[in-house]
Design a protein around this ligand. Structure first.
Ligand SMILES: [Zn+2]
Length: 298
């Protein structure tokens, strides 16, 4: 009997923009020593977004302090999940857009599918329904469901680090807030709306406050209402405006230029003659003849 192919259709996106994200924290929450970057990415995938294909990868860091009880414990770039949920090949913006079109614009799935196809997102009707349900699950996530893994994380690290990031998908689609826990690198809940104020954010965060788990810190970008909501829910926890978010926000702006630059470099330098291999006189200082591995991923 012929075996049915169960895997997803393989899609090639050679023109995908690239986004490489750093972990949210720089030092070990247990010993305080600076974390060391690992060579391997913990997640790498190409996703379909409303703005075209995007290659998104997250870097990993680890504690290298031999005397720390979390020696070799790894920390991930949890912000990857703001772009796309674990296991998904679609951008979270696509899910948020589907949710908005169905709930607020009252469009049927088949119509949403057609509109997505028009925007260059390859998806069938069945998958539109599936993405919609995934989005609903994120919106209706309860603190009770998350309790077990949050308790586990708090035991391992002595507490939690909460982070919220906002996503503004294309078009009239409201704003999407995503709550994630930094140390476990997991998305926990989402909130979507057009005009979300401080009390909406507090009501959304409150179930996690009532879990009564120790909170080491809270992180967000520069948005004032969000920082205030964190302060209301966890007044003792230091709030940090996340440097990584800030840098990433800047990086997103230059992504277009970076791609252009990469192409220009290839075009302009591709035809250069090779470096001559002529021997240098003995009097020259010694130098390594080993080719240096290039840091620019191709
Ligand atoms: Zn440590």
């Amino acid at each position: 009997m012929e075996k049915q192919a169960r895997h997803r259709p393989h899609r090639e996106y050679s023109d995908a923009k690239r986004l490489i994200l750093e972990p949210d924290i720089e030092s070990c929450p247990i010993c305080g020593q600076a974390l060391k970057a690992r060579r391997n990415w913990h997640s790498r995938k190409t996703i379909q977004t409303l703005n075209g294909p995007l290659f998104v990868a997250g870097k990993t860091k680890e504690c290298v302090n031999l005397t720390c009880r979390n020696y070799q414990k790894r920390y991930y770039a949890g912000r990857v999940w703001l772009y796309s949920l674990p296991g998904s090949t679609y951008g979270l913006d696509v899910l948020a857009w589907i949710g908005w079109q169905h709930e607020h614009e009252h469009r049927q799935m088949v119509e949403i599918q057609r509109l997505l196809n028009q925007r260059g997102v390859a998806v069938n009707e069945r998958n539109v329904g599936k993405l919609y349900r995934q989005f609903l699950a994120l919106l209706s996530a309860t603190s009770e469901n998350a309790r077990g893994s949050l308790e586990q994380t708090a035991r391992e690290y002595g507490g939690l680090i909460w982070a919220v990031d906002a996503l503004q998908p294309e078009g009239p689609c409201g704003l999407l807030y995503v709550l994630y826990e930094v140390l476990s690198g997991k998305p926990v809940a989402a909130l979507q709306g057009e005009r979300i104020d401080q009390s909406d954010l507090e009501n959304w965060l409150r179930p996690y406050q009532t879990l009564q788990l120790p909170v080491l810190a809270t992180l967000s970008d520069g948005e004032r209402t969000l920082a205030a909501a964190f302060k209301t829910c966890w007044p003792e926890a230091p709030h940090q405006r996340c440097q990584v978010h800030f840098l990433n926000n800047l990086a997103e702006e230059v992504l277009d230029y970076e791609d252009e630059l990469r192409q220009n470099i290839r075009q302009n330098l591709g035809g250069l003659p090779k470096v001559p291999t002529e021997q240098r006189p003995e009097t020259d200082p010694p130098f390594s003849t080993k080719p240096t591995p290039t840091e620019i991923p191709s």
